[in-house]
Design a binder for this molecule. Structure first.
Ligand code: F6R
Length: 584
């Protein structure tokens, strides 16, 4: 979950390294550090680090790291980079070394001292130990890697060869960027495409070294040749484009995202999806979908809609709990939903599925590990998502799942027309932000807030609740209306805020549940897709019940955004979170 950058160039790299680190910050932002002829690191953000950097600090080769703490509390000492005990290596690491205590004990016996609580410092000192013996940094790297268990993306400088960067990757993201005057390693293409659009995607267990002219990649002791890919990225995407926050900008991009999906996947009123994939879904007994967090919520909506219109059974699994599931139909296709394509829980689930031929990834990052691993990867077409809280990618995930459902029953035109309706509806919501802001002012001081819904509305509320808590820090829960009386109603007391959602006549029974909480003096606001003539109601028009998740979710995303704003939260980088979860 940390961000790594290492650049080696013919020119000074200070500004590029720091710019890249700023772009990488969304991967982890509790502490940050650089090595550029000197080691500078601090608890806090890149903006805090910048205050410590003066003109004396510059170099043509350096490393940078933004941390999301795993081993060791958040402080300056546990921040990366690390310098080895005998001052031979500087190292940045993303991942978790599971056997670090064992290695540490051996190094302690050899007289090594450790200043941090991290597993990463142990790797740095193991390199140092081999180097003192063999005086060969590359050999020391290979020997070190042989000892490591767990996951790593490593960037290393041997201080006797200050223009070279060594690297290694296993189960944590790392790519190489190429240019005429410089080369670099980075954990995230998006953060560095201002430097180049030519990249080499590294696979697990690859390692090697680079300087400003050459790149050497190895696998199992043999040098390998890898082709680079050239990406066509839109430079505008990484700016806020006039919006106060990336989250707000990304919510506003949702109509464009739906249009992107139509542009990419439809032609002449037909959905153009790999026919073999669709055939496989049609022929399967069941379909399995895996995801985490917001992507898991999108999967739950997908299950509801696919089952409803195709009558095909869908199993949805939380990827982080996949190994604890007893009955899994491994003969059925698996759809991995992941905005980042790097989520470790999905990678672990991938490793546990023997037949990889039926694994498909829906992701926003086609160069990501899960896209590379899958039998086939499908683009979510959201464009780069920077805000840690996922909004537009959720809309894409839900839309793609609805699209495969309609394709499976050959009702392409209905899907396409409805997506145009969704675009109009979302635009309407975006144009009535004042009423959403007004609702935010009513609920922003809640200590706890409850979302009530029935059927698919509850599934939509699961995501609404997650969004609210992650950006505004208001504790919230989503309950099925009918379940309240079985226990949770004990939480309702005077002044508690409740938000009801009714998007379907079938769910009108929620009105009695709303009466139940109102009788206990809760403050209820109702969001519905038709006018039910009650107080504190917000109407979002929608004619096709199957598309309500796409139409109503932007309302709730904006509500969470405004609650966070009114509560002065760090909206794009909520506390304790990171954009892509690459450790277990
Ligand atoms: C919440 C959020 C997370 C992610 C989850 C999975 O706003 O973004 O819950 O959805 O960490 O990430 P991906 O989709 O990248 O696998």
């Amino acid at each position: 979950m940390c961000g790594i950058i290492g650049i080696t160039s013919k020119n000074n790299i200070k500004f590029d390294l720091i710019k890249c680190l700023k772009n990488l910050e969304y991967r982890g932002y509790d502490s940050v550090g650089i090595y550029l002829n000197k080691l500078i690191k601090t608890k806090g953000r890149v903006s805090d680090l910048e205050k410590l950097i003066d003109d004396s600090i510059n170099s043509s080769c350096g490393l940078g790291h933004s941390r999301w703490a795993t081993h060791g509390i958040v402080n300056n000492v546990n921040a990366h980079p690390f310098i080895s005990y005998n001052q031979k290596f500087v190292l940045v690491h993303n991942g978790i070394i599971t056997n670090y205590l064992e290695i540490k004990e051996n190094l302690l016996i050899k007289g090594y001292k450790f200043y941090s609580d991290t597993d990463s410092e142990v790797v740095c000192n193991l390199l140092d130990c081999y180097y003192l013996k063999y005086h060969d940094a590359f050999k020391s790297l290979k020997l070190t890697l042989n000892n490591l268990e767990g996951s790593y993306a490593l960037g290393i400088i041997n201080l006797d060869e200050p223009n070279k960067i060594y690297f290694a990757k296993k189960d944590s993201p790392l790519v190489i960027g190429k240019s005429s005057n410089f080369n670099f390693i980075v954990s995230d293409i998006n953060s560095s495409y201002f430097l180049t659009n030519e990249f080499i995607i590294l696979n697990d267990k690859e390692y090697g070294y680079l300087d400003s002219d050459n790149i050497h990649i190895y696998l199992k002791d043999k040098e390998i040749l890898k082709n680079s890919i050239t990406l066509n990225l839109d430079n505008k995407e990484i700016t806020k484009d006039g919006f106060e926050h990336f989250m707000l900008k990304e919510i506003h991009e949702e109509p464009k995202v739906l249009k992107n999906i139509l542009d990419k996947y439809t032609l002449n009123n037909k959905i153009c999806l790999d026919p073999l994939f669709i055939k496989e879904l049609i022929n399967a007994d069941e379909i399995n979908i895996l995801g985490c967090g917001t992507s898991y919520h999108a999967a739950l909506i997908g299950k509801e809609i696919i089952e409803k219109i195709t009558m095909k059974k869908v199993n949805v699994y939380l990827a982080s709990e996949f190994s604890n599931v007893n009955l899994i139909n491994y003969n059925s296709p698996f759809i991995f939903l992941s905005q980042s394509g790097e989520t470790i829980d999905l990678k672990i689930a991938y490793n546990n599925i023997k037949n990889k031929d039926k694994i498909y990834t829906f992701t926003n990052v086609l160069t990501s590990s899960l896209a590379q691993l899958a039998n086939k990867a499908f683009d979510l077409c959201s464009g780069i998502e920077i805000a840690v809280a996922s909004t537009k990618a959720y809309i894409s995930e839900v839309t793609l799942l609805i699209m495969i459902a309609y394709k499976m029953i050959n009702k392409d035109e209905i899907f396409i027309n409805e997506i145009y309706n969704c675009i109009n509806s979302i635009n309407k919501t975006l144009n009535t932000k004042e009423s959403i802001y007004e609702l935010a002012t009513k609920i922003k001081d809640s200590t706890s807030l409850f979302f009530l819904g029935r059927g698919m509305d509850h599934l939509i509320n699961l995501e609404n609740s997650l969004k609210l808590k992650e950006v505004s820090y208001i504790h919230s829960e989503a309950f099925y209306g009918g379940e309240l009386k079985h226990g949770s109603i004990a939480l309702i007391s005077k002044g508690i805020n409740v938000i009801g959602l009714i998007t379907n006549e079938k769910y009108l029974t929620l009105l009695s549940n709303i009466k139940e909480v109102e009788s206990r003096h809760a403050n209820v606001n109702l969001i519905s897709t038709s006018n039910l003539n009650i107080n504190s109601q917000y109407v979002i028009e929608c004619n096709n019940e199957l598309f309500t998740p796409i139409i109503v979710s932007p309302f709730f995303q904006l509500l969470s955004y405004y609650c966070a704003k009114l509560n002065n939260r760090d909206i794009d980088k909520p506390r304790n979170l990171a954009k892509s979860c690459t450790v277990e």
